[in-house]
Design a protein around this ligand. Sequence first.
Ligand SMILES: Nc1ncnc2c1ncn2[C@@H]1O[C@H](COP(=O)(O)OP(=O)(O)OP(=O)(O)O)[C@@H](O)[C@H]1O
Ligand SMILES: [K+]
Ligand SMILES: [Mg+2]
Length: 675
Amino acid sequence: MSNRKSAISRDIALEAIKQSFIKLDPRIMLRNPVMFVVELGFIVTLVLVVKPDAFGGAVSWGFNLSVALILLFTVLFANFAEALAEGRGKAQADSLKRTKREITANKVSGQTIKTVPSTELRKGDVVVVSQGEMIPGDGEVIEGLASVDESAITGESAPVIKEAGGDFSSVTGGTKVISDRIKVRITSDPGESFLDRMISLVEGAKRQKTPNEIALNTVLVSLTLIFLIVVITLPVFANYLDITLDIPILIALLVCLIPTTIGGLLSAIGIAGMDRVTQFNVLAMSGKAVEASGDINTIILDKTGTITYGNRMASEFVPVGTYSVQEVASWSAAASIQDETPEGRSVLELLSKLGLSVPDKIAAGAEFIEFKAETRMSGVDLPDGRRVRKGAVDAVKEWVAAQGGVIPEGLQEKSDAIASAGGTPLAVAVDQTIYGLIYLKDTVKPGMRERFDQMRKMGIKTIMCTGDNPLTAATIAAEAGVDAFIAESKPEDKIAVIRREQAEGKLVAMTGDGTNDAPALAQADVGIAMNSGTVAAKEAANMVDLDSDPSKIIEVVSIGKQLLMTRGALTTFSIANDIAKYFAIIPAMFMVAIPEMDALNIMRLHSPLSAILSALIFNAVIIPLLIPLAMRGVAYKPMSSSRLLGRNLLIFGVGGVIVPFIGIKLIDLIVQFMV
Ligand SMILES: Nc1ncnc2c1ncn2[C@@H]1O[C@H](COP(=O)(O)OP(=O)(O)OP(=O)(O)O)[C@@H](O)[C@H]1O
Ligand SMILES: [K+]
Ligand SMILES: [Mg+2]
């Protein structure tokens, strides 16, 4: 994990204090209508401090000043919560901006190489980057292999291997080549790079309210309006009873009743949720994606590289019929000489490990057939007309059968043996003849079973989708403990699975790294691409995992759930608080005229004025007291949504009723000496 994880520093806190005042600007406050009402209340009471009889009636100016100050602090506390939540992202953005300095690029133009500033690079340009140089822009390695230090982006100091072809070909501008030399095709125009996107993300520059937040905000504004109407009409009834209600008291009542606690913390909760994802080294392109991850019902995972380590390495050549290991090895090598995928290269490595020679001569002048997820085969067409293929057994069998060839006896048995051990068998064929198999070995990552158990407890279904054969898929699925698996799936099959789940009203998450995963990543409600993966995958997804650890989807889901729960919990708490405030303020307002009201003063508060001030002070200080919870999120244990909801209603609903009774009483014990 990243070493970028940082606590709230003194600098961030000081900056947040400054921002709390800057945010008092009514134009900024207007974005948060609940707190805007409090600010208006502050202004009115401030006027009453100077001219206590401005609106007729008069309470002491000292009381008015107290109310004004408490209201000011209520707004400042809310602003501070938001500024604090924004702080860490801003600090992170600043450090990323320092990474983004001018780099010179070695641009290939025709036969020569020209040195140009990186800002002049455009999509499609080709550059050469050698040992010790910075990669001048986002791109895809088209030639060579190099180890790259990506710590500026990922915070991870261990270098990563980047190579042409396959799922580890994408490079990011601002990272450094530490060995060898690669040719890179640039894939982004200036200002649209990954680093640019990352900066604006962590900075929150483009943060938009999520649908969920908008809905809650509408509820809060409606509540505020209702209480506003109630409080405005109150003097009419009071007049009827021959009671005059002073303006500051009405304002205090209003502020106590409108949902200031959640109104003040709402945006901090959202920003902090996004920030928790970022600290976790996952870049979420929108808050909406983070929220959606909290409601996920189904997770689609690919096998290779997600559930298994993904370094599918050729470990054995298995001949069929009368053919020899040497023959299978030679044809496998012929089909792999130009295959840049890790699988293809591992075939050549195995050959040299076995001391066998690579048949360069056969392949001279041959036409390379690249591996495609659709065909699930790769190979060469030789100059003499012979066609050599290796690939998924069923695909090769079909290819051979289509030419009238026969499937050798023993092939199925041998391929099943590899598959039942969790390996991937590749069949090797030349025209109508199948020579044997390549045994690609892969291992399940440790701890997978526990993770899938955890997801089951959260009520999430896991489906493994793989291009591999059913037997290998079944073995790995059983070993890892996923709920279901789909074998021999092509890219369109992955999309079909996602659509099927979505049609049942489910929210679907998917992780992937390959170009073949891109369409499915785009279709999923939450698509998490691996940073190591291809540019296509990263562009299609709405989250990128900088650590390229696909199993992290589980934590992302937890963070999303936590975000939704925190919002719900604090809303419940905020509204439940009103009960105690009624008991504090209503008797206080009417006590003089209706002494019987004293029966409602169950907290036995000192005096009407101390009761009102105490309720108002509680209403203010509860905001900073809850900042840590808003930022950290409520504690989360994997369990079903309905049980979680029940538990939270109990804690925050009942707690929300009780806590203010105690809090207001305690504050009153102090305030009584001041009024
Ligand atoms: N370089 C290659 N040459 C020939 N065949 C290959 C090659 N790589 C993979 N295959 C075959 O194609 C199948 C599909 O591979 P692909 O990488 O597309 O799988 P996938 O859909 O990403 O699923 P997963 O990554 O979970 O295995 C593999 O199971 C294997 O049989
Ligand atoms: K309130
Ligand atoms: Mg794959």
